[in-house]
Design a protein around this ligand. Structure first.
Ligand code: NDP
Length: 313
């Protein structure tokens, strides 16, 4: 067993974690950042980013995250590719055990484990995941060249995924449970203007149908939310883009969480345990932007620095 001691352990390497790492490293706190399951976080499965300040032309999400991680390393943060499976926050130093049996002992911790895609919860969705069902157009759109695909959801993610899919598919059917989208107006405009896009309002997917040999999706059963009528449409693939849930399983019964699983915070970043801070999508269900996550990461690092100074004196 390998014991690794640090002033600040940062969990997660999305915009919140990387920004916390940059600030903590520049404060000479010699932070350690542990990547987690999805190094770089959700921006690594997006394409164009047009709203992160500092770039006059669209940049690629994965590139932006590579830059943030490199910047954190450049200013002195050590980065580990480990998966934390057990934690003890009952006393300091806080203890974190990884799946490869490394033990991290930290005087303070910044939890920036982010959020993951939500699923519809249908049995058939599980059955066909990877066989026509996906939650990442950036990853899987290529497999749907000249095919018909559906995208579920009405937020920014759904609209962005639908637009991205039009580069590959012959037709993209956006299926939304209401009759208006919550996506930003500029994205809505692009969607409505795209000739490859058809929108099915007021509909939900009740079942995903397909064949077993070869295993692949061929249609969807839909229910109209207004009149309960049922119909079937033919598609080759379905992209679920219905929002996210916070990655907080590790913190169940260890930190105070709200009823949706987000870490409860006071003044944005303070958890119920002194010395444990939360930053980004793991606690923020309001703004959920890369730039706000980065802001929370900065705040958490500055507060962690204050906390460490107080407990040391
Ligand atoms: P959102 O929570 O914004 O949207 C989720 C969508 O899925 C909603 O339209 C919702 O419907 C629908 N939905 C939720 N549950 C179900 C269900 N069980 N069945 C059918 N439909 C469902 O999530 P997003 O992932 O789109 O966005 C998350 C955050 O990330 C937002 O703040 C967004 O602005 C941000 N984001 C920003 C981007 C950018 O700035 N470029 C890109 C992508 C995301 P309803 O509307 O009825 O609630």
């Amino acid at each position: 067993m390998n014991n690794i001691k640090t002033n600040i352990l940062i969990l997660g390497s999305g915009p919140a974690g990387c920004t916390a790492a940059i600030y903590a490293a520049r404060a000479d706190l010699k932070p350690i950042l542990v990547h987690g399951n999805q190094p770089g976080g959700q921006l690594t499965i997006t394409t164009d980013v047009e709203n992160y300040p500092g770039f006059s032309s669209p940049i690629q999400g994965p590139w932006l995250m590579e830059q943030m991680i490199e910047q954190a390393k450049e200013v002195g943060c050590k980065v580990y590719n480990e998966h934390i499976i057990d934690i003890d926050l009952t006393k300091r130093p806080f203890k974190f055990v990884s799946s490869s049996n490394s033990v991290f002992l930290a005087n303070s911790v910044i939890v920036s484990t982010g959020a993951s895609a939500k699923w519809l919860g249908l049995e058939s969705e599980k059955k066909y995941t990877g066989f026509g069902v996906s939650a990442c157009a950036t990853c899987d759109a290529f497999f749907f060249k000249n095919k018909i695909v559906a995208v579920i959801g009405g937020g920014n993610t759904a609209v962005e995924e639908a637009l991205f899919l039009t580069k590959f598919a012959t037709k993209v059917i956006l299926i939304h449970r209401r009759n208006s989208l919550r996506a930003e107006k500029v994205l809505q405009k692009r969607l409505f203007e795209n000739k490859k896009v058809e929108i099915l309002w007021d509909n939900t997917v009740t079942e995903i149908l397909g064949t077993n040999n070869p295993k692949k999706v061929n249609s969807l059963k839909l229910k109209n939310m207004k009149n309960n009528s049922l119909k079937k449409i033919e598609v080759d693939g379905i992209f679920v883009a219905i929002g996210h849930k916070p990655n907080t399983n590790l913190f169940l019964n260890k930190l105070e969480l709200d009823n949706e699983g987000y870490i409860k915070t006071k003044d944005q970043i303070f958890t119920n345990i002194p010395g444990v801070f939360a930053a980004g999508d793991v606690h923020d269900k309001t703004y959920r932007q890369a730039v706000t996550a980065a802001g929370f990461g900065c705040m958490a690092a500055l507060e962690a620095e204050k906390f460490l100074t107080l407990v040391e004196n």
